[in-house]
Design a protein around this ligand. Structure first.
Ligand code: DX5
Ligand code: ZN
Length: 218
């Protein structure tokens, strides 16, 4: 089976100590750092933007995986690239010109991702596959950590895997990932698992290490 990457979402970290939290999950075995950017408009919650990401860049050398839940996204792509994001993922539902957004991200020298809400069919990506480095499938409705995993996303993961064929595109799953849900996702073709509450529970580097290992070995 494919080697799975674990991307802790700092949405569930202690926001008063974000830099230390990023360094702690890095040392605890995170492969990527997942950054959930929310605007209170595309999703019913607000988090952080480029200045905070830039400030966190010094706390880890790992891949910064930036999940933009903002509408519009295009006017801010340059700022997120300059802040140090390695992957920049926009939502299919957040703008009318997905192809343009993806070209802009690659034009900034970054890896381009698209995220799909649980109800958005994967067929909407058919004509942009050659512009994509990552497909992020939401397995909860975006906006909050700690929600229940939506089981239909296992079949969706299988379909996306089939659709991308031998293209070099990673499949990332976000929402409700835990040692219980990880095995079926890995079997369906997931490459990257985002986990917020399942990684940050316990509140210390030692528990983060145990939590990451539990997902990886599940
Ligand atoms: C939800 C975010 C997720 C979230 C995952 O809108 O995109 O990254 O933090 O949190 P858990 O793992 O707790 O479902
Ligand atoms: Zn996310």
């Amino acid at each position: 089976m494919n080697d799975i990457l674990i991307a802790p979402s700092i949405l569930s970290a202690d926001f008063a100590r974000l830099g230390e939290e990023v360094a702690a999950v890095d040392r605890a075995g995170a492969d990527w750092i997942h950054l959930d950017v929310m605007d209170g408009h595309f999703v019913p919650n607000i988090t952080f933007g480029p200045p905070i990401i830039k400030a966190l860049r010094g706390s880890s050398q790992k891949v910064f995986d930036c999940h933009l839940m903002i509408e519009p996204a295009d006017p801010f792509l340059e700022a997120f690239a300059a802040a140090g994001c390695d992957y920049i993922t926009v939502h299919q539902e957040a703008g009318p010109h997905l192809d343009r957004s993806l070209q802009a991200i690659r034009g900034l020298g970054k890896k381009a991702g698209v995220s799909l809400n649980p109800s958005t069919p994967e067929t909407t990506l058919e004509y942009v596959l050659d512009r994509l480095d990552l497909i992020l499938l939401m397995s909860v409705n975006p906006g909050f950590g700690g929600q229940a995993f939506i089981p239909a996303i296992i079949e969706k993961t299988r379909r996306v895997k089939e659709m991308i064929g031998d293209r070099d595109i990673r499949i990332e799953i976000d929402g409700g990932v835990s040692p219980e849900t990880a095995p079926a996702l890995a079997a369906a073709g997931a490459d990257v698992l985002v986990a917020g509450s399942a990684v940050f529970k316990g509140g210390s580097e030692e528990t983060y290490r145990q939590n990451i290992t539990a997902i990886r070995t599940a």
